[in-house]
Design a protein around this ligand. Structure first.
Ligand code: ZN
Ligand code: FE
Length: 265
């Protein structure tokens, strides 16, 4: 499925559906393409055929199977494609050739992405941020399972303190940054969010919008980071409403309590 409002002249972003609720993102510039977190190969191969583009890079955010599952099959078709992933994920990402740390950069066509090291969901998780190169255009954040629309990833290999630190880095990006997260979890995330931040009018209206969008079977990804800052409880550990819901003050403890409540929700 194409994202109708993808504005960049230098890099088109195609959102592909995979499995029950995963999104794969195909970046396209000229006759080159790169893929972020190929759950499986076939939707990517189909789109490459349709575009007449050649795969030059696989950008993985972390090692989970629903993010790297298509690596090997894509490499079999495109042996020259380079697989990028976290340095901390060495040995866990099929075909990985480039081992990235926070602050590194990667290029695709004319675009450069900065790497953010965002452990918490997994110990090696990274995010790719393409800063805008045209005025008034958004940056593009590919954040895997760290930040979701209305939520965040579960803490499988990290602590609340690590995740707060990771999300703090992402929260500093501009409000008009587009958040390309890897799952369509928004409705269930917001269903939880209103139980801890129910008096937040921005959250109330977002919840209504997302309910309507999902009823029409529309995707809710990408979202805007500014919307996340105003409505996502996992970016709002310093807000009085969330501190009250957690009955705690300190950021990592507020976050940890809210995350725990979501795990049980
Ligand atoms: Zn994951
Ligand atoms: Fe995932």
């Amino acid at each position: 499925m194409d994202v109708p409002d993808a504005p960049s002249l230098t890099m088109q972003i195609h959102r592909l559906n995979a499995w029950s609720d995963n999104y794969i993102f195909l970046l396209h510039a000229g006759n080159a393409a790169a893929v972020v977190d190929p759950t499986e190969a076939q939707p990517v191969l189909d789109k490459l055929n349709e575009l007449g583009a050649e795969l030059v890079a696989i950008f993985n955010t972390h090692h989970h199977g629903d993010h790297v599952g298509g690596n090997q099959k894509l490499l079999a078709q495109y042996p020259d494609a380079t697989v990028y992933g976290s340095d901390t994920d060495q040995g866990r990402i099929p075909g990985q050739e480039v081992f990235l740390n926070g602050g590194d950069t990667v290029t695709f066509g004319e675009r450069t992405a900065k790497i953010f090291f965002v452990p918490g969901h997994t110990r090696g998780h990274i995010a790719y941020y393409f800063a805008p190169i045209e005025e008034n255009h958004p940056g593009e954040l590919f954040c895997g399972d760290t930040l979701f629309a209305g939520g965040c990833g579960r803490l499988f290999e990290g602590t609340p303190a690590q995740m707060v630190d990771s999300l703090s880095k992402l929260r500093q990006l501009p409000d008009n940054t587009r958040v390309w997260c890897a799952h369509e979890y928004t409705l269930s995330n917001l269903k939880f969010a209103v139980t801890v931040d129910g008096q937040n009018p921005d959250l109330q209206s977002r919840y209504a919008q997302v309910q309507a969008a999902r009823q029409r079977q529309e995707a809710t990804v990408p979202s805007l980071l500014g919307t996340e800052k105003k409505t996502n409880p996992f970016l709002r550990w310093d807000q009085p409403a969330l501190q009250a819901a957690a009955n705690l003050q300190e950021p990592a403890r507020v976050f940890g309590r809210i995350r725990g409540m979501k795990d049980m929700f």
